[in-house]
Design a protein around this ligand. Sequence first.
Ligand SMILES: Nc1nc2c(ncn2[C@@H]2O[C@H](COP(=O)(O)OP(=O)(O)O)[C@@H](O)[C@H]2O)c(=O)[nH]1
Ligand SMILES: [Mg+2]
Length: 631
Amino acid sequence: MATTERTPLESALAELRAAVEPVRLPLPLPEAAEQQRAAQEITSQLDDYVLPRLATIDAPLLAVVGGSTGAGKSTLVNSLVGRRVTTPGVIRPTTRAPVLVHHSSDAHWFTDDRILPGLARSTGARNDVHSLQLVVEDSIPPGLALLDAPDIDSVVAENRALAAQLLAAADLWLFVTSAARYADQVPWDFLHSAAERSAAVAVVLDRVPPRAMADVPPHLGQMMSERGLAGSPLFAVPETAVDADGLLPVAAVQPIRGWLAALAADRSSRRQVVYRTLDGAIASLTQRTPRLATALEDQLAMVTRLREEADHSYAEAVRSVAVQTADGTLLRGEVLTRWHEFVGTGEFFRALEQKISWLRDRVTSAIKGEPPQVDNLKVAVESGLESLVRAEGDAAAERVEGSWQATAGGRAVLDRSREDLSRSSVGFDRAVDRAIRDWQGAVLDLVADEGMGKRSRARFLAFGVNGIGVALMIVVFAHTGGLVGAEVGVAGGTAVLAQKVLEAVFGDQAVRRLAETAKVELDARMEAVMSAELLRYHVVLEELALQAEDVQRLRRAGDAVTAARAAGLPTGEDERAAGPVREPALEQGGRRPALEAPTVRQLPAGLDAGDPGEVVEAELVEPPGLRRDLR
Ligand SMILES: Nc1nc2c(ncn2[C@@H]2O[C@H](COP(=O)(O)OP(=O)(O)O)[C@@H](O)[C@H]2O)c(=O)[nH]1
Ligand SMILES: [Mg+2]
């Protein structure tokens, strides 16, 4: 086998394979399952047929005999060969290694894993769908090999899969159907796919009762014409008895034999069959690749959508926390009670409006020496803030889960996740607590820095850093919504008092600046806590390993194959020596040149041919020296 440098077409196909092979479509979108199969089929077809065939264009023509259960495939192969090389049978073994029959001089083409690299080679009969039984038979002409494939409609799934794989690796389909079953759907699905990718096909209509000879073959011929197989030959084999070895009489298969022998004897015809199938296979790859790219793009779009849903939900949590930590929401309940304790009695608090200067002195004396109430207040602020942030975080998780549950793609991602994404993470509450304590620490640092360098240092020290710090937090919590100095509600009053206390210490400019800094700090910390939660959703989406670059790579690879295909298929060895290519790439959907020649209808002796109907009547071209065997 000559190994030559890769042609541009081979390089483009190798890149296509590299682009297709890793494609995974994990989300259950409408096209996903079908396109995932398509990706698998593209890869297999490249490995099993297109790449090896291109690399060894001079290899023998592989005719795969395919069809439904009991159509007579094995009997036909045996009869063509002239001896029993493959096992026919009414009682079917569930699995059996397919049999490949070739001439002894062609052995090297099949013993290595040039084609069908996934199947081991064996020389004896094997009950194993993962191997290929090679039979040397010199009644087969060199340059032609016959493969008896499993039933396309086998009850055993792996047999069906193997049948499809073998047909995809064929240069020529010898499709066997019986007079009783030729209208069945399964064979037509296969024939349709062969027509779609312009594979060379010959149909053998087996076991035709003599009285049906005038009707059934023309009907099948018409069906073939209607389904894109007008150019494919149709051989009608009459129902006859099989001999002791299970072989059909020589005369019954003679037209098929003759046709195959003619094909094998003529290198150019053979090459054209190969080119036609090869080119059709490459064309189908270029047609399938954009669909695969689109399916991958759909997956990416779904991931983007899911990510945005998660982002929006947590952005909402961040926003909501930011609003509620500034609009007075927190200045109630426990915080308020503790604040009252801290600044003094309820009466004192109610008298606030009128007696602000007096109050300042009262407060000063009340909190001098850092009374224990300040710690209670700090704890109340902490827990009020904690429950607010926790609730918003939990709500965000529930929202994401709810919106992801609404699509199949989202449900699939939720199912894949090892974590329960319908709720906050296990560590969330602790993370919130820590972030809040850190913020409180930062606020204390802030007021300490401000207080120590000021002329009001003495007053600052009198209030104590904790008292001042908590007062600043209170001011932050009422920073927006016009509460400070305006709304005279309980919360408003609370904030006003805190504000007055701070102004007494720092002056009003500084209080505004400090409150803003403290708020920015708070928002940043809460956003960090929420981001960590959001990350869980990003991670589970990233685990799908979907990359936008892969779509581009697929598209580019498909385009490159299209371009390289337009430049033509490679030449064989003899042509390489002779000079430039004589046979250009076959145009897609064109008529099949090699198979146009002898299209045969076999009639049993004594029956009038009559109207040829849809079956093209043609002379059987007998190559010189046609013997009982195929040579
Ligand atoms: N009488 C007769 N029997 C046939 C013919 N073709 C196949 N058979 C029998 O039908 C059964 C199934 O045939 P086989 O070749 O195993 O079909 P396969 O499943 O397509 O390989 C076997 O018992 C064959 O002997 C035929 O043309 N005439
Ligand atoms: Mg069989």
